[in-house]
Design a protein around this ligand. Structure first.
Ligand SMILES: [Zn+2]
Length: 353
């Protein structure tokens, strides 16, 4: 088993992107009050990306992360010397050994030397690089929650069935349950190989305080595409799926499934590099991009198109036949989801770039 430092020597990390993400995550961590400037006020010296140190409060950037492997970190104010995985643990309050996992699953761009199989390291449970999965039993409790609170359960299900037009078959295929205690619909988020990584919970109705979505489980999400495990299972079967539609939300992916179109959801409008890798590993060769029909969706789609094209996928774009429909679920309810024109993205790019 190679240790973290040895792994860091072999991979390429975009330190700027990493620092930016750490700054963002740090703002939502419990350590935030200690040093609100951590990872901010960046300054690129060429070899180092400087920012404010996460170990103490400061307002000038004394802390640097080396832009070259193995990504040493040091602070010329407090004298801290360390590795980038440890800084992730300190910054985000993670347990020992969690930093390297987050780094590998989220920030690695490419391997510089002998390829390392990041997925295998993460998935095969070779300690200490295993990302913890959730216990499958938790899904059982949400699927059976009608027994404990029939009213809350049925209101949540009615939302999916009536307001969203999903069928019971679709709902059960994607193992959707109800958290009656928090009044949430529960979308299980699995890795490509089917491990239960986290639960996305969506509040029912509009009469609640706080966030619309709550997540339970691992904070490592950038390799997850909702629905991909169903496609991955068929990879070495005669029913292998080579083409998928890429949409934003689980409900959009489920809507497409319901009209017989294979789809996966980004869980947002940004396609991450590890999601790109997961698509390749699942045997996908061609994608039809269908992010939301709004400004943010179109921007995300343009970005995703660029990366998919660069990674060698055949890329098409799905055209919204009705401009009033903003996502796949709207089109499902309008009876149009399986009637959308598909346009080659290469052609579109030739016109608009
Ligand atoms: Zn320092």
């Amino acid at each position: 088993m190679r240790d973290a430092k040895e792994l860091l020597e072999t991979i390429h990390i975009d330190v700027e992107e990493l620092t930016e993400s750490l700054r963002f995550e740090y703002q939502h961590s419990t350590n935030f009050a200690m040093n609100p400037n951590a990872f901010s006020r960046t300054n690129d010296t060429g070899e180092w990306l400087m920012s404010c140190c996460p170990n103490h409060a400061e307002s000038t950037a004394s802390f640097g992360i080396s832009k070259d492997p193995p990504y040493h970190c040091n602070c010329f104010f407090c004298g801290y010397l360390g590795t980038v995985d440890k800084i992730i643990e300190i910054g985000l309050g993670l347990d020992d050994g969690e930093g390297i996992k987050l780094l590998l699953s989220t920030f690695v761009i490419e391997e510089n030397r002998a390829p390392i199989d990041i997925e295998a390291i993460i998935a095969n449970g070779r300690e200490p690089l295993r990302i913890p999965n959730l216990d499958e039993a938790i899904l059982e409790s949400f699927r059976n929650s009608r027994d404990s609170d029939t009213w809350t359960h049925d209101v949540a299900m009615a939302y999916l069935l009536r307001e969203r037009g999903l069928s019971l078959n679709t709902i059960s295929t994607y193992e959707i349950g109800v958290d009656t205690v928090n009044n949430c619909i529960v979308f299980p988020q699995r890795t490509r190989t089917g491990d239960l990584r986290f639960l996305q919970k969506r509040r029912v109705g509009s009469n609640y305080s706080g966030a619309k979505f709550i997540n339970d489980g691992s904070p490592i999400k950038k390799d997850i595409l909702f629905g991909l495990h169903h496609i991955n299972k068929l990879r070495s079967s005669p029913h292998r799926i080579r083409k998928v539609r890429i949409v934003e939300s689980p409900i959009d992916a489920m809507s497409n499934y319901q009209v017989g179109i294979a789809a996966v959801a980004l869980n947002g409008r940004i396609l991450f590099r590890n999601q790109l890798q997961a698509l390749q590993l699942a045997g996908i060769e061609s994608v039809d991009l269908m992010l939301d029909n709004d400004k943010a969706g179109r921007e995300g789609q343009k970005e995703a198109l660029y990366w998919l094209d660069k990674a060698g996928f055949i890329v098409n774009e799905v055209v919204y036949p009705n401009p009033l429909c903003k996502d796949s679920n709207d089109l499902l309810r309008a009876g149009l989801l399986d009637k959308c024109p598909i346009v080659s993205a290469n052609l579109l790019r030739g016109l608009s770039y």
